[in-house]
Design a binder for this molecule. Structure first.
Ligand code: MEV
Length: 299
């Protein structure tokens, strides 16, 4: 038995969402993080295949996200002590790449603690705990990552308005998610945008206005206009300094090959970018192109 949580991708509105603007995100159910507590040890040990972590709870770095998460779970679930067991974490989600690997780890571990200790946690409670840990990772998270991942449904989200499920079927878009292979910490990009807020605020506001248009176009299913809005969103993200040379080059491959639109997803400065193809066959052609230059593509 184990527990899991999906990755997420932000279609429109990253960064601006930190400042109260709306954003649209979808879960990626086929890309997951798994957590399992196995009663097989004489101390509580945490092993994470992907990060190489293999430590007893008592030896964890006190400032680490996982230490905070376990401590928060001890208090929220009113646990007297940790069992003699191993918490195994395994993930298909690339880390530091804009797909919510941090929030997925938190949600998978929270679900596994609730399962193992036979405690009931509502989705709202899971989301709140995961948000606390996002604060440790990011500094100023909007909450969109943990919310998309906890509810595992397409959402339109804002900090003050919370979230509502997205009524259009955005999961059927001929969309490629391409990993640039460049790892970049969310906290760095978010902090730089904040440090340059006076200059960035007009672009962040424009991103917010664009998301409202994108919401309508996604509901209408108008692929060409959705693509154009992706390009505009990318342009505004570049203005606030969260694109990078390599991503700009990869995006120009999409443009030359008749993609309808492309943009980074998540914090940027590397990580993953989205490409909207004209249809499924075109998406397969573009996938091959990127794979031929050594990039990993999620369809
Ligand atoms: C990260 O996936 C999205 C950002 O907007 C940060 C956040 O909303 O917490 C860059």
């Amino acid at each position: 038995m184990n527990s899991s949580a999906s990755a997420k991708t932000i279609l429109f509105g990253e960064h601006a969402v930190v400042y109260g603007e709306p954003a649209i995100a979808i879960p990626l159910p086929n890309l997951r993080t798994y957590a399992e507590i196995r009663t097989d040890n004489n101390e509580f040990r945490i092993i994470s295949e992907n990060t190489g972590l293999n430590k007893a709870y008592n030896d964890l770095d006190p400032t680490s996200g996982i230490k905070h998460l376990i401590d928060l779970l001890i208090s929220e679930l009113q646990l007297d002590e940790l069992p003699h067991a191993t918490l195994m974490i395994r993930s298909d989600i690339p880390i530091a790449s804009g797909l919510g690997s941090g929030a997925a780890m938190s949600v998978a571990v929270i679900r596994e603690f609730a399962r193992y200790f036979d405690k009931n946690l509502s989705s709202g409670e899971i989301n709140e705990i995961a948000f606390e840990i996002e604060k440790i990772y990011h500094g100023f998270p909007s909450g969109i990552d943990n919310t998309t991942i906890t509810y595992e449904t397409p959402i339109i989200f804002s900090k003050s308005g919370g979230f509502s499920r997205f009524s259009a079927d955005v999961t059927k878009l001929p969309l490629l998610i391409v990993d640039s292979g460049i790892r970049s910490r969310t906290v760095d990009a978010v902090t730089d945008v904040r440090n340059n807020y006076e200059n960035n605020k007009k672009y962040l506001r424009l991103i917010g206005l664009l998301v409202k248009k994108a919401e309508r176009k996604l509901k209408e299913g108008n692929l060409e206009e959705i693509g154009m809005l992706m390009n505009e969103n990318q342009h505004l993200l570049a203005q606030i300094g969260v694109s990078c040379e390599e991503i700009d080059q990869y995006i120009s491959i999409a443009e030359v090959n008749r993609a309808l639109g492309s943009k980074i997803t998540g914090a940027g400065r590397g990580g993953n970018f989205l490409v909207l193809a004209q249809n499924r066959e075109h998406a397969c052609e573009l996938k091959k192109l990127y794979e031929n230059i050594g990039l990993r593509v999620f369809l």
